[in-house]
Design a protein around this ligand. Sequence first.
Ligand SMILES: NC(=O)c1ccc[n+]([C@@H]2O[C@H](COP(=O)([O-])OP(=O)(O)OC[C@H]3O[C@@H](n4cnc5c(N)ncnc54)[C@H](O)[C@@H]3O)[C@@H](O)[C@H]2O)c1
Length: 458
Amino acid sequence: MTFEKNILCIGAGYVGGPTMAVLARKCPLYRVTVVDIDPVRIAAWNSDELPIYEPDLKEIVRATRGKNLFFSNDIPGGIRDNDIIFVSVNTPTKTFGVGAGMAADLQYWEKTARQILQHSRSSKIVIEKSTLPVKTAQAMENILQCTNSSISFDVLSNPEFLAEGTAVKDLENPDRILIGSRETESGLKARETIEDIYANWVPREKIIKSNIWSSELSKIVSNAFLAQRISSVNAISALCEKTDADIIEVAKAVGMDSRIGPKFLNASVGFGGSCFRKDILNLVYLCRHYGLSEVADYWEGVVKINQYQQERFLLNMMTAMFNTLTDKKICLYGFSFKANTGDTRQSPAIFIAGRLLEEKAEVIITDPRALSNARSDLAGMEGRISFVEDPYAAAHGCHAIAVLTEWDIYRRLDFRKIFDGMIKPASIFDGRNILDHRQCFEIGFNVYPIGKPPLTHF
Ligand SMILES: NC(=O)c1ccc[n+]([C@@H]2O[C@H](COP(=O)([O-])OP(=O)(O)OC[C@H]3O[C@@H](n4cnc5c(N)ncnc54)[C@H](O)[C@@H]3O)[C@@H](O)[C@H]2O)c1
C-alpha cells in the first residue's frame, strides 16, 4: 500500500508513543513510524505489555500497529524514509555543570538534530514536540544548516499539551493545537503541511499558529500557570489549617468566579510529574539568563511552595503521631504522581517515602499501576519498604494510611474493614482530599485532610 504521507517520530516515550498512536488511528492513509534509542522500550511497544499505561491506549495501538503504525530501533532508516519528523525526546533538568538543577539538558535534543543531519537524503520538516527553552529552534536550525548541502530543513514548534492519565482523550479532542514556524515562505508552507495533518480530526479553529518563539514559550508558560494554580491553592491550604477555614469551601467560592474558573483548584500534597518542576525551573533559568531576576524569583516561588507543601504534609504526620514515626507502619495509598498513570517521575510519594524512611518508619506501598516504577525509584533507599498490590492487605497492621494519589478505587474501599485490621489509634492523612472524611472519622479513624480542620477522637 502506498501512503499519502510518511511521518516519523523520534522518541517513543509518554508523548511520542500516545501522540503517534492517535495520529495513526485518525489518519489511516498516513504511515507513522516511532523510533527510539532504547531497544527495551521499542520491544515493549511491539508487545502486549506497553511501556506506559494510559486509558484506551492499548486498544488504539492494537488497532493500528503493523497496519500504519510501526515501532522501530532503526533511527537512520526512519530519518531517510520520512520527510516529516516529530522529535519528542526527553529534555530533563540538567544535573551537572552550568545551569545544573535549573536549565534544560539539551544533549538528547542536540544528538537528535545531528542524527537528522547525518542521515537525511532529502529535505525535511522537523517538528519540536518536546518542551524546549525558547530559542531552541535557532540552535536546531544552526546544526541542520551547517553543511552546504542542497537539502533544506524547516524547523517548527508544535508543543504537546496532553496530560498523563488523560492522554488519549486530550489527543483526540485537544483544547488547541499550536504550530509555530518561521514566517518565511517555506516556514509558512511547512506550517500548512502540519496543520493539514491535524485537520484530519481537529477543527481548524482550534489549530492556532504563531511565530516559532511564541510557540516554544507558550508551552512552558502553560505549565507554569497550571503549577502556579496548584501552588496557590496549596499555599492557602496552609493558612486554612491555621484558621479553621476549609480549603474545599474556599476553592469552591473562588473557583465560581468565572474569571478564575474551578479547575486545578484541588489542594493536595503537591504536584509531581516529569514536566511542571522542570519547565518552571527552566523558565526561571531563562529569566535569570536575560537579567530578569524579579520575574525569576516570582516563578521560583511556585516550586518552593510545592516543596514546602510536601514537607508540611510529612511534618503534620509527625505531629499527629505523637512526634515520632520510628517503627510505625505507614501505608502509602498511591505512588504515581497522579491517577490513571503508572508514571512516578517527581511524584510527591518519592519524597514522602524517603522522609518516612529517614524517620525510621516502615513504609508499605500500594498502587494499582505504579508498583514497578516505585520499586526502582526507591531502590537503594535504606529502611523497611514493602510493595503490596491489594490496598486492604497493604494497610493491615499499619498505624496510618497516607493517600498520595487520587485513584478512584481508594474512594470506594471498605474503610470499616481497613480500620478493623489496623493498629489503634489509626490515622488517615488524605493528601488528595478524596475520601469521605466524616465517614472515616465515624468509623474510628483520626482524619487529617489537607487545608481542613482534622477530625480526631482525642
Ligand atoms: N510526559 C508528559 O506528560 C509531557 C507532556 C507534554 C510535553 N512533554 C515533553 O515531551 C518531551 C518528551 O517527554 P516524555 O515524557 O515522552 O519523555 P520520555 O522520557 O518518556 O521519552 C523520551 C524518549 O526519547 C528517547 N530518546 C532520547 N534521546 C533519543 C535519541 N537521540 N534518539 C531516539 N530516541 C531518543 C528516550 O529513550 C525516551 O524513550 C519532553 O520534552 C517533555 O517535557 C511531556
